[in-house]
Design a binder for this molecule. Structure first.
Ligand code: PMP
Length: 428
């Protein structure tokens, strides 16, 4: 489809679908630019969760009564809908409580392949002292600390691919960091600080060439880009519902069939077994073998509704809208004296997210100044301390968009940021 055929998304009218936006903050219209932390939820998503709890609530996959059967159908339909959204089959999608849980699941399961009960059967995934795990310098802590912990538990070495000054990944360095000892390459699709879309296909090719497992953090891409995880070729991928117009408490791990079959379990308990004796247990096939315990049923159903909302808009339209917002935001911020953008690379794909530093004013002061004007942004290190250290700062201001972000929202941000330094008496 050419760009001209992509339907335009009318963000100003979409605002009416998001009840939270219809309020004043300190007397000002709410300009919500913190969707990178968590997006707002359309009425249909809120209603879907309430409707399930009001009319169909029941535990799934057990019980012979009518409500249990209905809940199970809705829950498995939700899995099919969310899997389809990322180009996957339902059996390739494991429900988790979020991306952090999904990434920890993978790291702990690989640890169990190394030293747990699953060890003999999953030998290809086992790590040995001296093996290497590779991440990037731009990871969210959720895709960094689980690997640090796994490396410490298994005596393996954690290495990283650096980023250039403009925020892009150093692919030359990647080609030498990923080598014969690399067993896992875990990287983010889109940095939650830089907004830059990483070259997934190139990284997967480097990892495949040495037989390493690839783990994609798709938290910041799933809400904004048309995703086809099987086509990207990654082995595993994680994302969170609450960042993609869905509720809290639910996320997913996508995995290729062979990989999910080979990965040993992490959490064990009810709902994931075929037979159990006092001494032993046999597990269900994936995805259930990773879904021990009572599942977040109302949340999965509401997440499926969020996916339907995005699908109705069309992910091409979402992407194109956010591209317009991103260009306006980046160009505007670039033009404000004293503002330094993190990851100001030319000619790269981005989502609608920009982080910046205002010379002489602490990020928290910028955040408060904007809040007084009804503008909600995120301030701090955004759970990416190493990346901030790379840019020589401890905190930044992040503005991030969603489908309901309008050009007026961006203009309000730009006007606000333009006034920050004068207000704080800096660099006049
Ligand atoms: N990865 C990235 C890139 C993120 O932005 C986030 C959330 N800020 C996470 C992982 C963790 O997601 P959650 O807190 O929903 O588990």
């Amino acid at each position: 489809m050419s760009t001209t055929e992509i339907p335009r998304l009318d963000a100003a009218s979409l605002r009416a679908d998001f009840p939270i936006l219809d309020q004043l903050i300190g007397g000002e219209r709410l300009v919500y630019l913190d969707s990178g932390a968590t997006s707002q939820k359309p009425r249909s998503v809120i209603d879907a969760e309430v409707a399930f709890l009001t009319r169909a609530n029941s535990a799934v996959h057990r019980g012979a009564h009518t409500l249990a059967a209905e809940a199970t159908d809705l829950y498995e339909d939700a899995r099919a809908t969310v899997a389809g959204f990322v180009g996957a089959a339902p059996e390739n999608l494991v429900w988790t409580s979020g991306a952090t849980a999904a990434l920890n699941l993978v790291a702990y399961s690989i640890g169990n392949a190394t030293a747990g009960r699953g060890a003999p059967a999953s030998a290809p995934l086992a790590l040995h002292p001296g093996d290497e795990i590779v991440v990037t310098e731009s990871e969210h802590h959720a895709n960094l600390i689980p690997w640090q912990e796994l490396a410490a538990r298994t005596g393996t070495v954690l290495r990283h691919i650096p980023v250039h000054d403009d925020g892009t990944l150093d692919l030359d360095a990647a080609a030498s960091v990923i080598g014969a000892r690399t067993r896992v390459v875990a990287f983010t699709h889109v940095s939650n600080v830089l907004g830059i879309v990483n070259p997934v296909v190139e990284l997967v090719a480097l990892a495949r060439a040495v037989g390493a497992l690839t783990v994609l953090d798709a938290c910041q891409s799933a809400p904004h880009l048309a995703l086809d995880l099987p086509a990207l070729g990654v082995d595993l991928a994680a994302f969170s519902g609450h960042k993609m117009l869905g509720p809290y408490g639910v996320g997913a791990l996508y995995g290729r069939t062979e990989v999910l079959e080979a990965l040993p379990t992490f959490l064990t308990g009810g709902s994931m077994v075929t037979t159990v004796t006092l001494d032993d247990a046999e597990f269900l096939p994936p995805p259930q073998k990773f879904e021990a315990g009572t599942q977040p049923v109302s949340q999965t159903i509401a997440l499926a509704e969020a996916v339907r909302y995005l699908q109705n808009l069309g992910m091409d339209a979402v992407q194109s809208h956010e591209h317009t917002i991103e260009r306006r935001m980046m160009a505007g911020l670039r033009g404000i004296p004293g503002v330094r953008l993190l990851g100001d690379a030319e000619g790269v794909s981005r989502v609608g997210l920009a982080s910046f530093d205002v010379d002489g004013v602490h990020a928290h002061d910028v955040g408060q100044f904007l809040d007084a004007r009804g503008i909600a942004v995120r301030v701090g290190h955004h759970c990416a301390k190493p990346l901030h250290a790379r840019f020589g700062i401890t905190a930044s201001v992040r503005a991030s968009a969603s489908v309901f972000t309008t050009e007026d929202d961006v203009d309000a941000l730009l006007e606000g940021v333009s006034g920050v330094r004068a207000y704080f008496g800096v660099g006049a």
